[in-house]
Design a protein around this ligand. Structure first.
Ligand code: NI
Length: 165
C-alpha cells in the first residue's frame, strides 16, 4: 500500500480564490494532494470528509499540513465553485483548477488515472483514481493513502513523518 515510486512534480494552476499557484508556493508545508471533482457522487466526498477529520485530529500539529484538492473536471469546477464546495469539508482545503492542459500535466505528475465518460451532449462524469498523496516540506513524495482510508490511519502515518518537537 505504501508506494515508494516517486510521485509529484511541477504544476501551474489557479486556486479557489482565483490566485495563480505552483508547487513552489507550498514548500515548507507537508502536502496532502487529492484529485477529484465536485460532482463526484461517491468517493471524493468520503475522502474529503476523512481529510478534514484528520486535520481536526492533528490539531495545532496539523498546521504544517496543506491539503490540496485538484479538480479533474475544470470546465465545471471554477474557482468560485471549488470555494463553495470545499467549505463544506474543511476551511484549510485549497482547491485548484486550470486549463485542461494544466490539469493534465498535474495529473500526469501524480500518476493519476482519469477518464471522461460522457453522460449527455455537454456533460460527462470522470472515472478517476482516488489516492491521497503525502509529500514533505520539500515536495518529496512520502507515499499515498488508498481510497476510503479513515482519518485515524492518516493521522498515525502523518505523525510519523512530522518533525519531532
Ligand atoms: Ni471522485
Amino acid at each position: 500500500m505504501w508506494n515508494r515510486e516517486p510521485v509529484g512534480g511541477p504544476f501551474s494552476l489557479t486556486d479557489h480564490g482565483g490566485k495563480p499557484r505552483t508547487e513552489e508556493d507550498f514548500r515548507g508545508k507537508f502536502l496532502l494532494v487529492y484529485f477529484g471533482f465536485t460532482y463526484c457522487p461517491d468517493i471524493c466526498p468520503t475522502d474529503l470528509v476523512e481529510i478534514g477529520r484528520a486535520l481536526d485530529q492533528l490539531g495545532p500539529d496539523g498546521e504544517i499540513i496543506q491539503p490540496l484538492f485538484i479538480t479533474l473536471y475544470p470546465e465545471r469546477d471554477t474557482p468560485a465553485h471549488l470555494a463553495e464546495y470545499l467549505s463544506l469539508f474543511h476551511p484549510r482545503l485549497i482547491g485548484l483548477t486550470g486549463s485542461g492542459a494544466a490539469i493534465g500535466q498535474a495529473a500526469e505528475a501524480y500518476k493519476v488515472y482519469y477518464r471522461k465518460v460522457e453522460t449527455g451532449p455537454d456533460t460527462y462524469t470522470v472515472d478517476h483514481s482516488a489516492y491521497v498523496y503525502l509529500l514533505d516540506t520539500r515536495g518529496r513524495y512520502l507515499g499515498f493513502f488508498p481510497p476510503n482510508t479513515p482519518a485515524e490511519r492518516m493521522v498515525t502515518i502523518i505523525r510519523s513523518h512530522l518533525p519531532a518537537h
